[in-house]
Design a protein around this ligand. Structure first.
Ligand SMILES: C[S@@+](CC[C@H](N)C(=O)[O-])C[C@H]1O[C@@H](n2cnc3c(N)ncnc32)[C@H](O)[C@@H]1O
Ligand code: SF4
Length: 410
């Protein structure tokens, strides 16, 4: 009698829908203002959408309300806000085994001291955000699986009702049982950065990587997942399209199936060297991510491996930090601190403010918001460089320097 269950669910859905008229009106306003990426039509549909994305165990009414409020405040470009971030980026280690040429860690130009977060600090962060946060991303400027404590931290976040994900280069030469630890941690999503299907193409960007190691780990994790009759983590491969690997796109799906991945998809890259730009028109270098305001200022809390709270995931310089883990005890205050207010205020009006009136904030140097991007380049259009590098006048990428260091690679 599945249609009867279906009917009951629909009737209950309609009842809940009418009980949440306020949210519905607010949500429709947010939707009308341009948030087409989520089916934000009232609490029931939003709940359904979030449950599909994160699983029922993660989604609570409080989190849905907070999520809707955050979308609304973002759409209205509010400066002082009531909502709290619904995504946590908790980077537990900012060191890496590879030297990817467009990554500040890869080129050793990350100004933050190499560090690793302690389990105690990670617990403090998770406890501070677990009531309103849906998802934790355990990666930013390093290789997360080099941190053995990561699995204990992931499990803690899972048990706190959060969805967990990791992006990894997976080119790890480790002796301990990675596959078992990954599956037992109950990680939700493991995304492998696989930007080449052969050793030759892979190392053009993932310098130092070994394709056989990556394949070995993927197969082992898939085998362990099957052995434990588990469904998690979902295993996917993300393939940044460059000139040197675009001819492999056609084989991506087949390779994913052979490796036991659940999914594989091509993605755009931040590209700072013309010789890396693919010819395919759909995969040109990333430009602005947002139109009017920066959604990160409403959605994402970033905690660094040294225990700092950062205003943006691209920040690699402690100069721009907005606080410390201890400040999360009063998150509404930190989320509306002077720095955060100044950053949101910068995007408040349609017209950009006079630059001399803008206080020293990272957003001033950023190219991620179309309405405020001051660093568009002439054709061929490379990605806007990191605001941290813009602010300090640092050279991010020097093709000649790279060619000397890595002969034949560029
Ligand atoms: C800095 S990495 C840290 C995690 C891990 N070391 C890795 O590479 O997957 C975070 C994410 O940035 C992606 N990334 C690296 N270089 C990129 C580029 N040039 N453009 C876009 N994304 C990039 C990685 O593939 C990964 O998904
Ligand atoms: S593997 Fe990830 S963290 Fe390491 S250098 Fe490459 S992009 Fe950066």
């Amino acid at each position: 009698m599945s249609w009867i269950k279906w009917l009951i669910k629909k009737i209950l859905g309609i009842v809940v829908f009418w009980q949440s008229v306020d949210h519905t009106v607010d949500a429709i306003k947010a939707w009308v203002k341009g948030f087409f990426h989520a089916p934000v039509i009232g609490v029931p549909l939003t709940t359904y959408y979030l449950e599909r994305k994160y699983g029922k165990r993660v989604v609570t009414r409080h989190k849905v309300d907070n999520y809707l409020l955050a979308l609304k405040e973002c759409a209205e470009r509010k400066v002082e806000i009531q909502s709290l971030p619904y995504v946590l980026s908790l980077d537990t280690l900012n060191k890496c085994n590879l030297t990817c040429p467009f990554c500040p860690t890869g080129i050793h130009k990350n100004d933050r001291k190499g560090s690793r977060i302690t389990f105690e600090q990670a617990k403090q962060v998770i406890d501070a955000v677990k009531d309103h946060t849906l998802e934790v991303r355990f990666y930013n400027w390093g290789e997360p699986l080099l941190n053995k404590d990561i699995f204990q931290i992931i499990r803690y976040a899972h048990d706190a009702g959060l969805y967990t994900s990791i992006n990894s280069n997976m080119s790890l030469d480790i002796k301990w049982d990675l596959a078992q630890k990954v599956v037992e941690s109950k990680l939700d999503l493991l995304s492998v950065s696989l930007d080449g299907l052969t050793q030759e193409t892979l190392v053009k960007y993932r310098r130092g990587a070994k394709i056989e190691l990556i394949k070995k780990h993927i197969r082992a994790i898939r085998a362990e997942r099957d052995k434990q009759h588990a469904t998690l983590p979902v295993l996917e491969a993300a393939f940044i399209v460059f000139k040197h690997n675009e001819h492999e796109l056609a084989e991506l799906e087949q390779t994913a199936i052979q490796l036991g991945l659940d999914n594989a998809y091509p993605r755009l890259g931040y590209i700072y060297d013309k010789s890396f730009v693919p010819t395919h028109p759909d995969f040109q270098p990333i430009q602005a991510a947002f139109d009017k305001t920066c959604e990160f200022l409403y959605s994402e809390l970033i905690v660094e491996p040294d225990g700092a709270v950062s205003p943006c995931c691209v920040n690699t310089d402690p100069r721009w930090d907005i606080g410390k883990v201890a400040d999360l005890a009063d998150l509404p205050k930190l989320w509306n601190s002077t720095d955060m207010l100044n950053m949101r205020r910068y995007f408040e009006a349609d017209e950009p403010p006079a630059m001399e009136d803008v206080p020293e904030i990272l957003c001033k140097y950023c190219g991620a918001v179309e309405s405020r991007c001051h660093q568009r380049q002439t054709k061929p259009v490379l990605s806007p460089i990191s605001p941290v590098f813009m602010a300090s006048g640092k050279t991010f990428y020097d093709a000649e320097e790279q060619r000397k260091k890595w002969p034949g690679s560029v």
